[in-house]
Design a protein around this ligand. Structure first.
Ligand code: G6P
Length: 607
């Protein structure tokens, strides 16, 4: 959702701001805007709709004047998407400008107060309250003013502030919403997301809650709410600029699908040493691990689907009961969680509001939290007891692929690590599993070769009204992901069903020609799946079956896509590839905006 950028330096700020807003588009937005400090006034340009509108309005930033500026992509929460509600917001006199990510919960109360003092508001946003408060309390010192204003705000925020009162600085502050400072040569930056500034610098500082940064072109000072100076070591971001560019691919999603072998290899290789899984990130002793009698997995969206796969794997291998929970549901159901419950939190962004709050709830109840996160230093990573990073690199397409796959590979690592500690996996089996896990990137490369076949199948079905996915066991968990991927980016109605449930009602939805994707990767479940496929076939379904090797019985029942045989645990990593490609090609044939599907945001930072 919303994105923030800011520039202070010797160059004109406009082109950089527009360029970096483009890098933040993937987060999801419905309006955008910039504000430049000319030295004598603050000039705001903002517009509802695609960034293209703002680009045309400003000649890609070139028509703007000023070496200090802030920019924003907004996802509407308070007030509809409109020109006036877009950020930046100015104070009444136009002397202060603010961009904001997050939500000010007590904004109405503050607005009523300021209105009673005669201040006139222009927008319906919560953010404008901040700009007006700054002006209301300003007595000549920006840091004092910001500290005073922060004392009035309830909620979450990352803020970028500029003012004609001190035209050579940007003030940045955060609470709960992420904000980083980029350090350049005679120029400095702020951004909500490192991808926005990767083209300029890899040297960054992360702001912590309630830290205030004062950026000038050649210095960055950070103070706390008591005005004490804070010294921070700069860190060098490992992500490369090329990973945030399309690199010749038509879409980020396709590039990210193709990057999966590398991403998985980078996630698992450093954690396998001499044939053993070593998770130095986990602070639990062997005795701690033995005391858990339940595992909770909390996540949203595709990350939740990884949790559903994890349930099957952990229960089978560890013999510990597992609940995979949608974070938004977990929070409000008075869950039974205590210090004997291990909680695994999964999130690509590490920012998803419901996941973060669910994690806090579990922690409050005494549970140990292991998070699986892609964005280093994100809120969930920082606030969990242990974090295992997925080294997927930046994921730009809204529909996740490589993050999902790397999350799955961390689940395998945890299963093996715990399995060994608990003595639940015989030595020979453990050795074979680790060996197969090491081969996984190569097997995925092999499966990616099915892309032409999947493209052909997509061309047969892209005009369908509904597409169903069925499977049993882990294949059911995968069906959920296949179906979500398809609806997210192609806008085709789709459902995933446990194949055994079909007869209990949902089979009535099958009509002549309805495509059904049947996952049948588990040998022992094939006879049951064959019956289910026959049931839909006789009602007119067109079946595409995803299975292992060249299975003759399944070939007779419809179209097939075969993946190589691997151990059961690793099957989801292979079977998900044709599902991702199927969704991609269907969306491409339908001419959809694949990387930025309508109404969706990459990071869902509101509940
Ligand atoms: C959004 C994204 C999904 C993602 C979900 C959870 O809906 O489009 O791809 O699975 O959020 O995000 P997280 O960052 O917590 O993994």
């Amino acid at each position: 959702m919303c994105g923030i950028v800011g520039y202070i330096g010797v160059e004109q700020a406009g082109p950089f701001l527009l360029d970096s807003l483009e890098k933040l588009e993937y987060r999801g937005y419905d309006s955008s805007g910039v504000c430049l400090n000319t030295g004598s006034e603050l000039v705001v340009k903002k517009a509802k709709g695609k960034l293209e509108v703002l680009k045309q309005m400003t000649d890609s930033g070139k028509s703007l004047n000023g070496t200090v500026g802030i920019g924003h992509t907004r996802w509407a929460t308070h007030g509809e998407p409109s020109d006036v509600n877009a950020h930046p917001h100015l104070s009444e006199s136009g002397r202060f400008a603010v961009v904001h990510n997050g939500i000010i919960e007590n904004y109405q109360e503050l607005k009523d107060y300021l209105t009673s003092k005669g201040i006139v508001f222009r927008s319906e946003t919560d953010t404008e309250v901040i700009a007006q408060l700054i002006e209301y309390y300003y007595k000549g010192d920006m840091i004092d003013t910001i500290i005073r204003v922060l004392g009035k705000l309830d909620g979450s925020y990352a803020l970028g502030v500029i003012t004609i009162e001190s035209p050579d600085e940007i003030i940045a502050v955060r609470k709960e919403s992420p904000l980083i400072i980029g350090l350049g040569n005679n120029e400095n930056y702020i951004a909500s997301d490192v991808t926005a500034i990767l083209s300029k610098t890899k040297k960054i500082c992360r702001l912590e809650n309630n830290e205030i940064a004062i950026l000038k072109k050649d210095s960055v000072r950070i103070v706390n709410l008591d005005r004490e100076e804070i010294h921070k070591e700069a860190e060098i971001v490992s992500w490369d600029i090329s990973s945030a560019q399309k690199g010749g691919y038509e879409h980020f999603m396709f590039k990210e699908i193709m990057e999966q072998p590398k991403a998985i290899s980078e996630t698992i290789t450093p954690r396998i040493k001499n044939g053993r899984v070593v998770l130095d990130e986990i602070s639990l002793s062997d005795d701690d691990i033995k005391k858990f009698n339940k595992i909770n997995v909390l996540a949203c969206g595709s990350a939740y689907h990884v949790g559903v796969v994890a349930k099957y794997i952990f229960e089978k291998m560890l013999r510990i009961p597992v609940e995979a929970d949608l974070a938004s549901e977990f929070r409000y159901r008075d869950p039974i969680v205590n210090d004997k419950t291990l909680t695994i939190v999964i999130s690509q962004s590490g920012e998803t509001a419901d996941t973060k709050e669910a994690m806090k709830e579990a922690r409050r109840r005494g549970s140990h939290i292991i998070s699986i996160v892609n964005v280093v230093g994100s809120a969930i990573a920082v606030e969990s007891n242990d974090v295992i990073y997925t080294w997927a690199g930046p994921e730009i397409a809204v529909a996740t692929t490589k993050a999902y796959s790397t999350q799955l590979s961390v689940i395998y690592l945890i299963a093996l690590y715990f399995g060994e500690k608990l003595g639940r996996i015989p030595a020979a089996e453990y050795k074979a599993l680790v060996n197969e896990l090491e081969q996984l990137p190569r097997k995925i490369t092999q499966v990616l070769e099915c892309k032409e076949r999947v493209q052909y199948l997509a061309s047969k079905y892209f005009n369908s009204k509904d597409i169903f996915f069925i499977g049993r066991n882990i294949d059911y968990a995968l069906s959920l992901e296949g179906s979500l991927k398809l609806k997210e980016i192609s806008y085709i109605h789709s459902e995933a069903y446990a194949a055994g449930e079909l007869k209990h009602g949902t089979i009535s939805l099958i009509e002549d020609g309805t495509p059904v994707i049947a996952l049948a990767t588990h040998e022992e479940l094939i006879p049951k799946m064959v019956s289910n496929i026959e049931e839909v076939n006789t009602r007119g379904a067109q079946v595409i079956c995803i299975a292992c090797d060249d299975h003759p019985e399944l070939k007779k029942l419809g179209e097939t896509i075969f993946i190589p045989k691997v151990c059961d645990m690793l099957l989801p990593s292979l079977a998900v590839i044709p599902l991702q490609l199927f969704a991609y090609y269907i969306a491409s044939l339908k001419g959809c905006d694949i990387d930025k599907p309508r109404n969706l945001a990459k990071s869902v930072t509101v509940e």
